[in-house]
Design a protein around this ligand. Structure first.
Ligand code: ASP
Length: 339
């Protein structure tokens, strides 16, 4: 995590030189070749590499849905990334348990939650979307489906993550009381704290103007077994509507679920807000309900409208998002924040 934060700091310095900032600090749409906007954006610094994989699909005229799937598979496979996919930090009891969702512009969507032993949950989410009449499969059922679909069962807990879990156990005994996270965002309120959980949410628009989104995470570190965050919940961690735009989130998933966060961002854009304004308003809804807790609570939203305009907003400083299109491959921007 320290390495990643250092990288972020360095990259943000570089990003300040990019001519990306429009009104309100949001990235503005720039026409790609042929007049259409093709662009991919994603959360956090690890979004830079993920975007490039997505861009390789978009650049050859590919579908936004294929782009976001290919893109988020990069952090899912990254052994240095302890918040997405393989090598993600485990739950309180040592199980790596993954959440993911994918959504197309026409409302088609699929998701898996609390999925263990499958390295690329985003691919399973897409299979749920395309090969079942369902939207969400969870736990053992999701694993059974993945194995039936030919995915390989693997051990996802790496020695490094296991070591971090053992270290955490030396000082922490996570036994939450009812609604503890509502009263206290301090060390005992949430097991992962505000720094050791980050999701990749990715949104893309392709050269044909098609939108799609994907979201994948190992969720909050040291969570209770079976805990599901916002990422696989359609309308919370991800929402796409081809008529309007798309949104995704990162941070404390419980708060995003409580506020139907990504759906809210898209609906605000439908009412005429810019992506930046919509993300800001969605963040403020959370902050208003948590006046005491919000100093320690992090939630960030990222959005793109169907014109390819981009916006982001977070409660705390530190949230960044990566932008990639025909004019820049490795843009990384700091999101504005409430505090
Ligand atoms: N939103 C994720 C969750 O709550 C974690 C994160 O993005 O920080 O599972």
């Amino acid at each position: 995590m320290v390495d990643r934060r250092d990288f972020l700091k360095a990259s943000l310095l570089g990003a300040s030189a990019l001519a990306l900032t429009g009104k309100g600090g949001a990235a503005t749409a720039a026409p790609a070749s042929g007049g259409a906007v093709a662009r991919v954006i994603s959360t956090w610094d690890f979004g830079v590499a993920a975007n490039q994989a997505a861009w390789s699909v978009l650049a050859r005229g590919g579908h936004a849905l294929d782009a976001v799937e290919a893109g988020v598979m990069v952090p899912e496979a990254d052994l240095k990334n302890h918040s997405v996919g393989r090598a993600g930090y485990p739950d309180r009891d040592g199980h790596v348990s993954l959440d993911a969702s994918i959504m197309d512009a026409d409302g088609s969507c699929g998701a898996v939650a609390a999925l263990e032993h499958i390295a690329h949950p985003i691919q399973v989410a897409r299979r749920v979307m395309e090969r079942t009449p369902h939207v969400l499969l969870v736990g053992d059922g999701a694993l059974q489906f993945a194995l039936e679909q030919g995915f390989k069962r693997e051990e996802l807990l790496t020695p490094e993550s296991a070591q971090a879990w053992k270290e955490w156990q030396k000082t922490a005994h996570y036994q939450p009381t009812a609604n503890s996270e509502r009263r206290d965002y301090g060390k005992t309120g949430l097991p992962g704290g505000k720094d050791n959980h980050d999701t990749i949410g990715m949104l893309a628009i392709d050269a044909h103007g098609r939108l799609a989104g994907a979201c994948t995470t190992s969720g909050m570190a040291w969570k209770l077994r079976g805990r599901v965050g916002d990422s696989p919940v359609i309308g919370a961690g991800l929402y796409v509507d081809g008529e309007v735009g798309a949104a995704t989130s990162t941070g404390v998933g419980e708060e995003v679920i409580r506020n139907a966060g990504s759906f809210l961002v898209v609906e605000l854009m439908r009412q005429g807000r810019s992506p930046q304004e919509a993300c800001h308003e969605a963040v403020m809804r959370i902050v208003k309900k948590r006046p005491n807790a919000s100093k320690d609570l992090q939630v960030g939203f990222l959005a793109m409208n169907r014109a390819g305009e981009v916006g982001a907003f977070a409660i705390q400083p530190g949230f960044s998002y990566a932008v990639c299109d025909a004019t820049r491959q490795d843009g990384l921007l700091p999101a504005r924040s409430v505090f």
